[in-house]
Design a protein around this ligand. Structure first.
Ligand SMILES: NC(=O)c1ccc[n+]([C@@H]2O[C@H](COP(=O)([O-])OP(=O)(O)OC[C@H]3O[C@@H](n4cnc5c(N)ncnc54)[C@H](OP(=O)(O)O)[C@@H]3O)[C@@H](O)[C@H]2O)c1
Length: 403
C-alpha cells in the first residue's frame, strides 16, 4: 500500500504585509499563494502597503484581495483608487495610513519596509496578540532598545526573518542561554568579495546589486556589497538575542548555505542550513511553531561539494568596521550609522557618489554627529529627530565629496 504523507495543515491567519511590493513582500505573497492553492481558507489578507509602485500594489491587491491597500506616497492615491474602484478593497495613502495599516486587526504582520521608514509602522504593529515577522533590520538598528522594550511590554511574538537571525533563532536554546559561547553570523561576502579597493573604486550600481547568491531589494544589495549589511545584522543580533558584542562573530561563507551558527560551551556548534531562498525563513515565521512547506529548492549537499569559510577583511570593507565600532559604542551611534548609510547608498545608486564614498560619508557623519555626545534616546521622536539630523549631515557630506 502506498504510504500517505500527512500534510501539515497551515494555521489560519489574518495577515498584513508592510512593504508588499518589495523582495521580501513578494516572497511572502508567493508562499501565501502556494498554501492558498491547497487550502483557500488558510490565510486572509487584511492589508498590503507600498510606497510608490502603485501599479504593482494594485496588481497584488487584485490577486490577493486584502481588505485594505495603502500607498505611502499620497500623490499616487488617485491611481490606486481608480485601479481598485469597484473591487470593494479599501484604499488609503500617506505615511500615517501606512502606520494605520499596521494597526488593523491582524494576527501575523510582516514588517518588510526598507530603511528607517519602517520604524513607525513596525512599532505600531507591536501589540498584544500579534506575531511580528521582522525583516526590516534598520528599525532595530536605529531604535533597538525602545523597540525591544515595546516587544516585551506588549508580549508580542517577534520572529526574525533575516536569514541569519532566523537561523540563530532556530538553533538558539533559551534554556541553555548561559551555556552559549557565541553567535556566529555568516556573510556571503557579496559581489566584491575578491575585489581590490582599486577595483571597487570604479564599481557601478549594476555591479553592486548583482549579488552572487541572493535576489534582494536595491538597498540591501548595496549593503551586502559594502558588508554594511553584515554590520547592521550584528547590531540586529545584539538586540534580538540580548548578546554582548564580545559574543558576536562574523565568518564569510561564500556558498550561503550555512545561514548562521550558535556555539555552545560544551564545544557543540549548531548551524541551520538551507538553499539561499528567503521563502524558507519566511515559511518558518509564517507557520511557527509548526514547520510548513516552502517551494524553495531543496539543499543538495553532494551537488554543493565544498562549504568554505574565511575571515572578513575589515580593511577592504570599512563599512563593516564602522558598524562594529558603532555597536561597541552603543547609545546613539547605531541610529546615526544607519541613517547616514541610507543617504550614502541612495546617492551611490543615483550615481552621485562612488562606491568607496559610501564609507567615507558614514565615517564623517559618525564623527560629526556622535563623538562626545552622550545623548539618550528615550522616545521614538528622539530617534527620528536624530535620524533626520544624521541624514542632513550625510547629504552635506555627500555634496562636499562630489564638489
Ligand atoms: N530582500 C531580502 O532578501 C532581505 C533579506 C533579509 C532582510 N531584508 C530586509 O527586509 C527589508 C526589505 O527589504 P527588501 O529587499 O524587500 O526591500 P525592497 O525590495 O526595496 O522593498 C521595500 C518595500 O518597502 C516599501 N517602501 C519603501 N520606502 C518606503 C517608505 N518610505 N514608506 C513605506 N514603504 C516603503 C517599498 O514600496 P515600493 O515598492 O512602492 O517602493 C517596498 O514595498 C529591509 O530592511 C532589508 O534589509 C531583506
Amino acid at each position: 500500500m502506498a504510504e500517505v504523507t500527512p500534510r501539515v495543515s497551515v494555521p489560519p491567519r489574518r495577515i498584513s504585509i508592510l512593504g508588499a511590493t518589495g523582495s521580501v513582500g513578494a516572497s511572502t505573497l508567493d508562499l501565501i499563494a502556494h498554501h492558498r492553492s491547497r487550502d483557500s481558507g488558510c490565510f486572509e489578507i487584511e492589508a498590503l502597503t507600498a510606497q510608490s509602485r502603485v501599479a504593482e500594489l494594485a496588481g497584488l491587491a487584485m490577486r490577493f484581495r486584502p481588505r485594505l491597500a495603502v500607498i505611502g506616497d499620497p500623490s499616487r492615491y488617485g491611481e490606486l483608487k481608480a485601479a481598485l474602484a469597484g473591487t470593494g478593497i479599501e484604499t488609503a495613502a500617506g505615511a500615517m495610513a501606512v502606520e494605520e495599516a499596521a494597526l488593523r486587526p491582524a494576527d501575523w504582520i510582516m514588517a518588510a519596509i526598507v530603511g528607517t521608514a519602517g520604524l513607525r509602522p513596525a512599532m505600531a504593529a507591536l501589540r498584544p496578540g500579534v506575531t511580528l515577522a521582522l525583516a526590516n533590520k534598520e528599525c532595530l538598528v536605529s531604535a533597538g532598545p525602545l523597540f525591544m522594550a515595546r516587544v516585551a511590554e506588549a508580549g508580542v511574538r517577534l520572529l526574525p526573518v533575516d536569514s541569519e537571525h532566523n537561523a540563530i533563532f532556530q538553533v538558539f536554546e533559551p534554556a541553555n542561554r548561559a551555556a552559549i559561547d557565541r553567535l556566529i553570523l555568516t556573510a556571503s561576502g557579496g559581489p566584491f568579495r575578491t575585489w581590490t579597493r582599486e577595483q571597487m573604486r570604479a564599481a557601478t550600481p549594476e555591479q553592486a546589486v548583482a549579488h552572487p547568491r541572493w535576489s534582494m531589494g536595491m538597498k540591501i544589495s548595496v549593503d551586502s556589497a559594502t558588508l554594511m549589511n553584515k554590520g547592521l545584522e550584528l547590531i540586529e543580533a545584539h538586540y534580538l538575542f540580548d548578546m554582548p558584542p564580545s559574543q558576536l562573530d562574523i565568518v564569510v561563507h561564500p556558498q550561503s548555505i550555512v545561514h548562521s551558527l550558535v556555539s555552545y560551551k560544551d564545544g557543540s556548534v549548531l548551524a541551520q542550513m538551507a538553499s539561499p531562498d528567503m521563502r524558507t525563513p519566511i515559511a518558518y515565521a509564517l507557520g511557527y511553531p509548526q514547520r510548513i512547506e516552502a517551494p524553495a529548492p531543496r539543499l543538495d549537499l553532494i551537488a554543493m561539494g565544498a562549504l568554505t569559510f574565511e575571515k572578513a577583511d575589515l580593511a577592504r570593507f570599512p563599512c563593516l568596521a564602522l558598524a562594529e565600532a558603532s555597536l561597541k559604542e552603543g547609545g546613539i551611534a547605531p541610529t546615526v550609522l544607519t541613517a547616514a548609510n541610507e543617504i550614502a547608498v541612495a546617492a551611490f545608486l543615483k550615481r552621485r557618489l562612488g562606491f568607496l564614498d559610501i564609507s567615507h560619508v558614514v565615517e564623517e557623519v559618525m564623527t560629526r554627529c556622535v563623538s562626545g555626545r552622550p545623548l539618550t534616546l528615550t522616545t521614538i521622536e528622539d530617534v527620528l529627530s536624530l535620524d533626520r539630523e544624521a541624514r542632513s549631515c550625510a547629504e552635506e557630506s555627500a555634496k562636499a565629496l562630489v564638489s
